[in-house]
Design a protein around this ligand. Structure first.
Ligand SMILES: C[S@@+](CC[C@H](N)C(=O)[O-])C[C@H]1O[C@@H](n2cnc3c(N)ncnc32)[C@H](O)[C@@H]1O
Length: 357
């Protein structure tokens, strides 16, 4: 649905009012430094009862489902499947030890059932590089034997994890990583009756911490899911987060994004005294929320070197019949792809006018 000029003007006015008073700087520093603790307390209080399962996820993001065609493509890209690791490519197994089931998957993959052509092309690839850099190892890591890998960032109590895992049951070659910086949230995911360590690895990780390693190497993910997470991160840190996440994607991999849009009812409902900076607010429980425009989303993801495949504003009217109130929901949804081939850095652009003297 479209907003009328009047509706938009009223929303802008409401935001001007609720942003007029800003939270004191020392309090802002506390919300930033203790962000994971505020979210941890949130999960202590609400457990997995707060958010509903994201059942719309697979409808909006069918890219999450590995299709046969993609699996075929992967046979050609076998150098990405068994990832070689060097000193610069640091990843740790500490967060996510390899489970017995995972070990079995790894064994199966190394065996003949995986297809000789695949193994050959992988090793021929490595051979050519061995000459210059010495022997390369093929490392096992959680999900190393999978051919399709997804990471959900800020997974919370698993409201996306479990609908995805349900679907992946029919795709045993796929693997789901999920992380959150609230350790209680990760605990809730791991304790869920549908959690399967053979196909899922939940780990505690702060995406703002550039020194914290992932339990897998760079460049191996087919899909990254960023659903209602970026909004809770300080705007100054968002670009760094997206830059680092894009490194985890394979060429051709997709980053799928959905989050709060500018003038969503949640933004309009904030009272004075909750505004941290423009369009960024703190809730009563210390958790924070930013409200995006489509343009901001475009700029951030493209700056990270990703190509825009979708970027839309989803506006809906919600009517609460009991209270007789109409509310506008606004979300921004985007799909961004890592280019298949690295394009050359644009050299200095010379205006055709100037080049003609
Ligand atoms: C609004 S919840 C959304 C949870 C889940 N994605 C969903 O859609 O149900 C935001 C989640 O992001 C997590 N989060 C916020 N900042 C994070 C960070 N820097 N690193 C990892 N997780 C973070 C929070 O702990 C919380 O679980």
């Amino acid at each position: 649905m479209q907003w009328s000029k009047e509706e938009e003007a009223a929303a802008r006015k409401r935001v001007e009012e609720n942003s007029a008073v800003r939270v004191l700087l020392e309090e802002q520093v506390k919300y930033e430094n203790e962000a994971s603790q505020y979210w941890d307390t949130f999960y202590k209080v609400h457990k997995n009862k707060f958010f509903k399962d994201r059942n719309w996820l697979l409808r909006e993001f069918p890219e999450i489902i590995p299709v046969d065609q993609k699996t075929e493509e992967k046979t050609q890209e076998s150098s990405w499947d068994n990832v070689k690791t060097g000193a610069a490519n640091c990843f740790s197994r500490m967060h996510c030890p390899i489970m017995p089931e995972e070990k079995n998957l790894g064994m199966k993959r190394c065996g003949s059932s995986d297809g000789p052509s695949r193994a050959r092309s992988h090793f021929s690839n490595l051979d050519s590089e061995e000459h210059s850099e010495g022997p390369l190892k093929t490392e096992l890591f959680p999900g190393s034997s999978a051919t399709f890998r997804i990471l959900e960032v800020g997974c919370g109590a698993g409201n996306s994890v479990f609908p995805i895992l349900n679907t992946l049951q029919n795709a045993p070659e796929s693997f789901l990583y999920c992380c959150d910086f609230a350790s209680r949230a990760v605990e809730l995911v791991k304790l869920h009756s549908s959690y399967r360590a053979a196909q899922c690895c939940a780990f505690v990780h702060d995406v703002c911490d550039e020194d914290s390693p992932y339990p897998f190497p760079d460049g191996i993910l087919d899909v990254i899911l960023l659903v209602f997470v970026l909004s809770s991160i300080h705007p100054d840190r968002m670009q760094g987060v997206i830059n680092r996440l894009s490194k985890l994607l394979k060429p051709g991999g997709m980053l799928l994004f959905r989050d709060y849009g500018r003038y969503d009812k949640t933004q309009l409902r904030f009272k004075r005294g909750h505004c941290l900076s423009e369009n960024f607010y703190v809730r009563g429980d210390g958790t924070r929320a930013y409200f995006f425009t489509k343009g901001e989303v475009h700029t951030m993801f493209c700056k990270a070197g990703l190509d825009e495949k979708q970027n839309l504003v989803d506006r809906r009217l919600q009517v609460n019949r009991k209270k007789q109130v109409k509310m506008h929901r606004v979300w921004v949804q985007g799909k961004f792809q890592k280019p298949l081939h690295l394009t050359q850095k644009p050299s200095k652009l010379v205006s055709p006018l100037l080049s003609h003297g």
